[in-house]
Design a protein around this ligand. Sequence first.
Ligand code: 6PG
Length: 478
Amino acid sequence: QESQIGVTGLAVMGANLARNIARHGVPVAVHNRTAARTTEFMEHYGGEGDFTAGETVETFVAALERPRRIIVMVKAGAPVDGVIEELTPLLDEGDILIDAGNSHFADTKRRTQACAEHGLRFMGIGVSGGEEGALLGPSIMPGGAREAYAEVEAVLTSIAAQVDGTPCCTYVGPDGAGHYVKMVHNGIEYADIQLIAEAYDLLRHVAGLEVADIAGIFDDWNTGDLESFLIEITAKVLAQRDESTGGPLLDAIVDQAEQKGTGRWTSQDALELGVPLTAITEAVFARTLSSLREEREVASQRLAGPVPGAAKGSTDGLVDDIQKALYASKVVAYAQGFQQMTAASQAHGWDLDLGAMATIWRGGCIIRARFLNRIRDAYVEDPQLENLLLVEYFRDAVADAQDAWRRVVSRATEEGVAIPAFSSSLAYYDGYRRERGPANLIQGLRDFFGAHTYRRVDREGAFHTRWAQDGKEVRTDT
Ligand code: 6PG
């Protein structure tokens, strides 16, 4: 019997996806560049379902029914091109190549084009949920031609996580759209994680709580509006004891955050699109600052300022304030991420359905959260929504949280605890709701030193003042 789908790349994500598909009764052909891994896979999991081992690419391709559907799960970057190059001569017109890794959307655009020249249909699909998600039900963000998606839809929706009977998988858009949405998902994941880390820092070093108590607070928060996978596992990470010291494992972990690039890509693209993506970008920078461990050690001895944890003011109501500040900052981070998808959708002509994106993020993925139901509702009500902050539900939630938010940001600032994601989100909120900001002065300065011109509030046109000469204003666009 021919296999309905193939998976090449049997590291843990690929292996788990293949197992997930087979568990749904679909015959799967598996392949890995190093054949030993294929053998190993068959030894461990061969009995779980209808697998065919492709020892070589040729036998792998030959095992597949047509049009062939091949999921590629290898490291993003050159390895993906390597696999495409190797497979292309063995495939036939109409075959579908599905890159399920964290590829950059621009690479996906390029590969879609290149594959089309060989008559192949290329899809870039975002898959979130880590190892466990891949096996038990990830969130899937498929991009590519709609007719190609139609041929893999049944498999993908069956293996995806389900929330209230709805699969966390829906068609996203052409070429790079799926990988783009996955990239923004990861950017939001960075912001969520940074906000959680800042909340922990505040609870520990401003509120002066013990790690075990903080674990309890996150558990508690996970029963309310903040309910989410990341809050849930934060409580578990905080509660973990170190086998050698008996203290919190957290205290034994080096405070340098690593990153594989998707958060950085999100920020880079926000800069290209001109979207003020402050929360995610601060999260990326916070990781880079954390990596300067040796410099920080020196600076901690030399630079003046309050030492976090030393000041002990009143902590009445502080835990509630931190919870509210976290929620408000989270709303800003999501508002910005969704604005970026709106801008990208326009720039690339993807016609993204943002309500559908919120829907498929409700389960399976790393940022899965109760909160996403609200976002889905907001976009269902108004698909053209400009900013989530303007929706009644979020507007009221932030209005209710903002006094607490301001107290937390000023307290942390006074006590020398850096909370870049909390404070930049508040700055964004205040900047966004300001009818008239100070950019008039920026324009004046630009016009002074470079005759870059400015517009006036009371008249149409572009103007320049001869600041250093006679001080007269001239209209420059007529
Ligand atoms: C997911 C995750 C996954 C991966 C991140 C980690 O959705 O399942 O986002 O893709 O764990 O890319 O990213 P960093 O290594 O950059 O933190």
